[in-house]
Write a protein that binds this ligand. Structure first.
Ligand code: F3S
Length: 76
């Protein structure tokens, strides 16, 4: 399993993650990204579905500040 969470302190609201993986990331009114998969609300406690792993990797590769954090265990 892969858990993901955006470090919003480092997000510069570029929107690339939302373009690459709209099922995983959404942007707030200021353009700051959150993990929205399955109602995660950027807590990083919902395992990202297997079929979205490629999109997730694309998003990570496209984020200019590398603020998308991954873990193989849920974030606390
Ligand atoms: Fe922010 Fe990176 Fe997405 S800067 S909007 S988390 S691509």
């Amino acid at each position: 399993f892969t858990f993901a969470s955006v470090n919003q302190e480092e997000c510069i609201a570029c929107g690339a993650c939302n373009s690459a993986a709209p099922d995983i990331f959404d942007l707030d009114d200021s353009g700051i990204a959150s993990v929205i998969f399955a109602g995660d609300n950027n807590r990083g406690v919902t395992a990202i579905a297997e079929e979205l792993q490629e999109e997730l990797q694309d998003a990570i590769d496209s984020c200019p500040t590398q603020c998308i954090q991954l873990s193989d265990a849920p974030f606390a």
